[in-house]
Design a protein around this ligand. Structure first.
Ligand code: ASP
Length: 290
């Protein structure tokens, strides 16, 4: 089983991943003993590569870390397909991050071992969406009418696209806040949803504010825009709101906000570890507990 897009998940799948994550947050299990994960990263990563690495080792498995393909045969011109054919000889699961949209699906076509899409350009980041959803569930709960504000570079950001698709399975309200140049592609916006560059207009209603950075590496020309969540913004937000960010942040959330109990972005990383342990036991088809 591959994990390529949020489109493949049912509500039942999401519930299962969340309960697996719950399990791993409480108990240790080494059910992936003897299994090997290949981390194959064509784009930079800190959290996704390290959390999959940590998850696999905590499950008793091993990791082949290719965190910079510049030091692999990719630098000699090897195709993605041949690199996948190679890694599947050595690994039981391949975690792939690539700069091109659709790369994970291409890899899956030639792979006999599960491919996990760890971000394909401006496409998707399905495991991030699962951990974001899990964070929302743990921090505020996913109740009827939950109001989620997605903010930042919605045009190039992949995490917002995957998260929005996943949230569509639940009865939540999504609002989109971005500079006009960085609006989400129209197909993601449902009729009646608010699209604005005016955060204070929607912030008082938000149960979740999900902030993303400007994806400068994906732009031909630099867009001149900046936005920063400050303590003043937090004052108009609900006392129960959760503030999320997939990270890295590069100035969009003031460090002065870090001590606010609503700042959930550091906890979000920890939830991500447990979620990725759950994802690995599922795709490796090993029991998640002994
Ligand atoms: N780490 C996330 C990603 O890989 C978010 C980001 O880079 O802005 O998409």
């Amino acid at each position: 089983m591959h994990i390529l897009s949020v489109d493949q998940f049912t509500k039942g799948d999401i519930e299962e991943y969340c309960s697996r994550a719950d399990f791993h947050s409480q108990f240790s299990s080494v059910t992936a003993q003897g299994k090997i994960l290949a981390n194959l990263f064509y784009e930079p990563s800190t959290r996704t590569s390290s959390s999959f690495y940590s998850a696999m080792v905590r499950l008793g498995g091993h990791v082949i870390p290719i965190n910079n393909v510049a030091f692999s045969s990719v630098a000699k011109g090897e195709s993605l397909e041949d690199t996948i054919r190679t890694m599947q000889c050595y690994a039981d699961v391949i975690v792939l991050r690539h700069k091109e949209m659709g790369a994970a699906a291409r890899a899956a076509r030639v792979s006999e071992v599960p491919i996990i899409n760890a971000g394909d350009g401006i496409g998707e980041h399905p495991t991030q969406a699962l951990l974001d959803f899990y964070t929302i569930r743990k921090e505020v709960g996913v109740s009827h009418g939950l109001w989620v504000v997605l903010m930042g570079d919605l045009k190039h950001g992949r995490t917002v696209k995957s998260l929005a698709k996943l949230l569509r399975l639940y009865d939540v309200r999504i609002s989109w806040v971005s500079p006009p140049e960085l609006r989400v592609p129209a197909e993601f916006v449902h009729p009646g949803e608010i699209e604005t560059d005016d955060l204070p207009m929607v912030l008082p209603y938000a149960d979740v504010l999900y902030v993303t950075r400007v994806q400068r590496e994906r732009m031909d020309a630099l867009v001149d825009c900046s936005y920063v969540i400050t303590e003043a913004d937090m004052q108009i937000a609900k006392p129960t709101m959760a503030l999320l960010h997939p990270l890295p942040r590069v100035g969009e959330i003031s460090t002065a906000v870090d001590n606010d109990p609503r700042a959930a972005y550091f906890r979000q990383m920890r939830y991500g570890l447990f979620m990725r342990m759950g994802i690995l036991t599922k795709v490796l088809e090993v029991p998640h507990h002994l």
